[in-house]
Design a protein around this ligand. Structure first.
Ligand code: 2HA
Ligand code: ZN
Length: 269
C-alpha cells in the first residue's frame, strides 16, 4: 500500500526528499550510496497511520533516546543510492516508528527497506533537537566536494577559520548561513563518537557541521532548507577556489561589510 496517497502533507515532505536527493547526485556529492537523509514526520501521522501493522520485528536503535517517544521518521535505506531515491523515495527508504521505551523501532511503510547505517547518529541528533525545543525536523549528511577538500588543510580546521573565509566570499553566505560551519575532527564513519561529536558541535550553535575529510551534517526545518545551507557554503568554497585558480588569494569582504549584513539581517552571531 502507498500510504502517501492518503496523506498529501506527508507526500509533500517526501517529494522534497526526492528533489534534494536529485540535487545531491547532480552536484556530484552523492557517489554510490554516499550520504543520508532522515526526516521527523511525526506531525503528519494520523490514526490511520498509527493503525498500520509493522512490516518487521522490532529492531534495536543501540541506545534509548527518550525524546523520541511516539516519533515517526522517513529514512533513506542503507546502501541505497541518492540517484535512485530521487526517482522513488519510498522504494529506497522507509517510514519507521519508535517503540515504547525509545530504544527500538519498527518499519511501517511502504516496504521493509532497512534504514541508513547512520541511523543511530541521525536519531541521536533528532533526540537532541527535540530535547532543545528546536523546530528543526530534517537532517542531511552529504559529501560536498569543495567543502571536504578544505578539510585537508590544518588551516581551515581551526575553529571558525573556514566560517570567516566562506562568509567573506559573497554576502549570501553571511546572510543565509548565519551560524557558520562547525568542525568535527576526523572520526570513524557511523561511530558513536562521531554522533556525539556532531551533537556537541550543533550545541555550539552551528546548523552545518563539517566532518573532517568526510562530509557535512546539516539540520534545518525541512530538507530543502538543510540542502540550501550546504549549497550556499559550498558555493562560497567554490568562489575561493576559483580565485586561487586565477592565481591570487581572494580579498574577501571586510569585517565592516560583514557586520553591516549582521545588522541588516538580524543575524545571531
Ligand atoms: O551512508 O555517507 O557516511 C553513506 C555515508 C556514510
Ligand atoms: Zn558519508
Amino acid at each position: 500500500m502507498n500510504i502517501l496517497i492518503q496523506h498529501p502533507a506527508l507526500q509533500a515532505e517526501i517529494d522534497k526528499v526526492a528533489e534534494v536527493a536529485g540535487y545531491l547526485w547532480q552536484k556530484g556529492w552523492a557517489e554510490r550510496n554516499g550520504g543520508n537523509i532522515t526526516i521527523n514526520i511525526t506531525a503528519y501521522v494520523d490514526d490511520a497511520m498509527r493503525a498500520l501493522p509493522a512490516l518487521t520485528e522490532p529492531r534495536p536503535i543501540g541506545k534509548a533516546l527518550p525524546h523520541l517517544a511516539g516519533c515517526w521518521f522517513y529514512c533513506k535505506g542503507t546502501g541505497r543510492r541518492m540517484r535512485d531515491l530521487a526517482r522513488d523515495p519510498m522504494a529506497n527508504g522507509s517510514i519507521i516508528r519508535i517503540l515504547p521505551g525509545c530504544d527500538r523501532y519498527e518499519i511501517v511503510a511502504d516496504a521493509p527497506v532497512a534504514p541508513t547505517s547512520e541511523l543511530p547518529s541521525h536519531l541521536a541528533v533528532h533526540d537532541y533537537l527535540l530535547a532543545k525545543g528546536s523546530p528543526y525536523r530534517a537532517s542531511l549528511h552529504t559529501h560536498p566536494i569543495e567543502l571536504v577538500a578544505l578539510t585537508h588543510s590544518r588551516k581551515w580546521l581551526e575553529k571558525d577559520a573556514a566560517t570567516r573565509m566562506l562568509w567573506s566570499m559573497i554576502p549570501e553566505t553571511r546572510a543565509f548561513c548565519p551560524r557558520g560551519l562547525g568542525i568535527v575532527p576526523y572520526l570513524m564513519p557511523s561511530s558513536v563518537e562521531l554522533a556525539e561529536a556532531t551533537i556537541r558541535a550543533l550545541d555550539e550553535d552551528y546548523d552545518v557541521v563539517m566532518w573532517e575529510k568526510h562530509g557535512v551534517f546539516a539540520v534545518e526545518t525541512d530538507i530543502l532548507n538543510a540542502f540550501d545551507q550546504v549549497d550556499v557554503l559550498n558555493k562560497a568554497a567554490q568562489i575561493y577556489i576559483a580565485a586561487r585558480n586565477m592565481g591570487f588569494e581572494p580579498e574577501g569582504m571586510s569585517d565592516a561589510q560583514m557586520d553591516e549584513l549582521k545588522g541588516a539581517f538580524g543575524l545571531p552571531k
